[in-house]
Every structure is written in C-alpha cells, then in structure tokens.
Design a protein around this ligand. Sequence first.
Ligand code: GLU
Length: 385
Amino acid sequence: MAKLKFVFLRLGDCPERDSAISRRPMYKRITLKVGSNVLTDAEGGPSAERIAQIVDQIAALKARGIDVLFVSSGAIASGRTVIRQPRHRDTVSCRQLWASVGQIRLIQLYADLFARKGIVCSQVLATKEDFRDRRHFLNMRNCLETLLENNIVPIINENDVISVTELMFTDNDELSGLISDMMNVDALVILSNVAGLYNGDPADPSSSVIRTVPPYGASVSQFISSQKSDFGRGGMVTKSAIARKVAQNGIPVHLACGFEPGILTDIIDGKDVVHTYFAPGRRKTPIKRWLAHADSEAKGTLRINEQAVSSLFSEKASSLLPVGVIAVEGTFQRGDVVRIVDREGHLLGLGKAEYDHVTASRHIGAHHVRPVVRYDYLFLYSEQP
Ligand code: GLU
C-alpha cells in the first residue's frame, strides 16, 4: 500500500468543518468492526434493515476508493433463530452448532446486499492460532491483500466452529485489533450499541461521551461499564482496552453507535458526530505491533531491576541487557515471547528472547554480553506502573 500521510482534523478546532476539504476522505484503508447487537433485531435474529444500512455505508466508502476490512459478528445470533432448541445443551456444542448454521446465513445476506451494489464480498474465518503461527499469519495477510487488490470486501469473523474456550479471541473486538495491526490500516472503526466511552454510567443523564482519549496518560477504565450485550461477547472494558492498544500502536480508533444512520460515512468524512476518538501514538513497526497482542503467547518472564526499567523507558532506544535482569522464570527457547516485569511483578512489556531460559539464567547480572531482548523486538506498554 502506498504510504499516505494524513492529518486527523479535530473538528472542534476546524472552522471550515463543512467545507469540501474537511469532507475529503482522511483514510484510504480501514477496519470496520460491527457487533452482533447492531446487526440483530429485537428477536435476536439478523436485522436485514440494519445490515443493509451498514452495507450501504461500506458501498459509499468503496465508491470513494476506501478499502474496508469488515469484521462482522452475528453468526451465533443468526444460527440461534434457526435452531432454537439444539439437542446438545452444553454451551460449547450449542455455540458450534449455531455458528455453523448461522455463518452461512449471515454471509448469504451480505452477498445478496453487496451484489445489489455491484460489490463482491468474501468470507474469511480466523482463529487465534492464525495470528500466532507466522506462516498462518502471512497466509492470511496475503489473502486479505489479494482480496483488497481485487476490490473485494472481506467479511471476517472468528471461526467459532473450531475456536472454543482458551483458543477463542476475547471477542471480535480483539480480532479487529489484530486485523488492523496486521493490515496496517489507517483507522479502526468499532460500531456497537453505545455512542462511545462515557465519563460515568451511560444510563445516568448527567454522563456524556468522552470525545477524545489521548494515547498515553490516565487510565480510562474507571468510567467503563462492565455490562455486556446480550449477544456479543465483548463489553466496554475489552473494547476500550483494545482501542487503546491499537491507538498506542499508531492507528486511530473510533468507537461509535451503529444504530445512528450514516455514522460510518460521517466519521470517515470527518463530521463532528458524537463518538469516542482514540488518538494515535507514534506508529510502531509491524513486529512491535504484533508483540503488543502476544501476551497470551509468552513462555516465560524476565524480572528486571530499577535501572533497567528507567533505561527502557528513557527517550533513548534501549535493548534489555542481562545486567538489568534479576530473575528468569519459565521455560523458553530463543525467539519465544517473554514477559518483562519489574521487581514487584508489574507487566512492563513483551519481547522476543535472544537466549533460551537456561542461558538467560546463566547471564543474570552479567556485563558485556549481548542483549537478552533487542530493542527492535521489544514492545513496552506506554504507561509505566
Ligand atoms: N463470532 C461471534 C459471532 O459471529 C461473535 C463474537 C463477539 O461477539 O465478539 O456470533
């Protein structure tokens, strides 16, 4: 993809916000994630009307030359309306059955609606494993690039039929974050049933939507409602955690209400619509962006001293040297992901180990040996504990 530079206009600061200039698309490639609650009706089945509204907006963006990677939930909700009382009553089997039945219905609906707009869409199903395995990762990225080059809208969902329990993404918000980082998009838009992140209980009329969340600084978790929707898995807690992580990797994130007609196109056009904008930090390299999501993959832990903490968090790009390591935990090989924690065990970041655990332990406190995690393979959470 050609390198594009663009500046996000904070609309409150822009006097000519309705001018043609501010309506010019700011983004050339986006990930759009729409949750089950937006796509389903009161009975829990797919809402043709809402789905059509989303498709219309994607078509409008395509017409302006914007590529959309569309992460759509709704398979399970869709399957539930077909088989209401499965014979297998355990949760895992029910989920598998509903997803298997529902995914094709969902895609059929999308295929028909996109065809009416002269657009071809496709189905891409992913599991968490696909982001762990480098070969799967590259295959998926190649596939998505090919689809976009051919002007196709990929409709991505978790492969719920085989993703169960610990193999599952936390929710499709997590999947959309991974896709955004993988595909180096210009922005991630998450549409759910709330207008954004509130500065209090959303049900309280005195609360309002936080309009901009900076990439670094105060945690926003204290405001977040932990209530989840009926059909989707994700709640505000995971949504905002993913949004912040993606924004800290350098990708702007917009969190908005999918019930508002035209909300997607309005956001992309830079109109001043009520929603939460997670402002991006400095864009990280692909490997650092990948490491940001690799916590569940860590095989071991490096505990480090205060000097190492301040050197890692200083302005200078620093690798983690064995002299700063005070303990090595777990069993890992060279190249495995390891957690980096301070003396008290607060998670500071993740990195690829340059040594296996035996050699790393042997080098604890050693001077003049090569880094245990090199800077290029080191991801640090931006907030120090
Ligand atoms: N993959 C699930 C589905 O299509 C939804 C997961 C989520 O809600 O985030 O029904």
